[in-house]
Design a protein around this ligand. Sequence first.
Ligand SMILES: *Cc1c(COP(=O)(O)O)cnc(C)c1O
Length: 371
Amino acid sequence: MGHSSFHPTPRTLMGPGPSDVHPRVLAAMAQPTIGHLDPQFISLMDDLKALLRHAFQTENPLTLPLSAPGSAGMEAAFANLIEPGDKVVVCINGVFGMRMAENVRRMGGELVTVEDEWGTPVDPQKLSDALAAHADAKVVAFVHAETSTGVCSDVAALCGIARQAGCLTIVDAVTALGGIELRVDEWQADVVYSGTQKCLSCPPGISLITFSPAAAEHIKARNTAVQSWFLDLSLLMGYWQGEGARAYHHTAPVNAMYGLHEALLMLYEEGLESAWQRHRNMHELLAVGVQELGLEFVVDSGCRLPQLNVVAAPEGTDEAQVRRKLLADFNLEIGAGLGVFAGKVWRIGLMGYAARRENVQLCVSALRESL
Ligand SMILES: *Cc1c(COP(=O)(O)O)cnc(C)c1O
């Protein structure tokens, strides 16, 4: 009935994710599928965990990929750390903070929110005040790189405040990892998760998560079972860590793991500092172009994410029309605004393999023709 193979027109992906995938990653994923308990795959898993520890800058033994997208990393963090009735402080300055709050509600936690305006970072003073008012809080959660607003919050400061109040921390680093400085051990963050589709030059579908020894102890001491069977860390570790005797838990998406491995290897080869610098350099190049077009960034330069640029659409411009034109005429995808920014801004991603000079030039010249 007229069915045929699917062959998408290639696009340049400069939105909030997925971002451009490196050809090396795509090639790695096209290799033959092997069994998920094949000794070759098990050695790939071990190397993957070591590369993940490097990317996160951590020695945490509990560092692993999860077979589902970034949102599953978020859910795993809350599902494992929180028991019904636990008081959890969630800092909200955009969409992903709101989702964290929703996770706490659904896990039966007692939610306390600390809210900051969209387009501004999480205010450490507000967190201090909230923790002073809620001495029984057990966990503090916030987003490092808020993809909905293009804002970076101060992980080291927020984790320091939480630790002083005796709280464990959950940090969303989905858009941060590989794009900006992130040092899990040095900053003493407890549970940090990320994903493949933002700054790792890898397709969507996998999340990455690490647990500090303190978080691991906390999970071991739970009184209730983790609500999610699939994301229960103790079961997952039997699969990812069971030395010599790996227990079947689920079937890992084998080819997706090849891709993740290649992406992490490329990050290792480039060097973390170089990758962070590349994102910053491309952001600065974009800033020159944006200025030449007479456009303005929405976020203050002090807390702006280099990998996610929120640019105000000029007054009277139909921003959706411009995005449609970029896609139709230039095969270029940029993102729309969310929440309070809907209809008012574009979100231009310079993430992973998309953080390259030719992408910046394409984006600036395509915008020039489309405005
Ligand atoms: C993209 C994103 C997520 C969710 O990741 P998915 O892969 O879409 O599930 C979570 N947090 C932040 C900050 C993100 O940017």
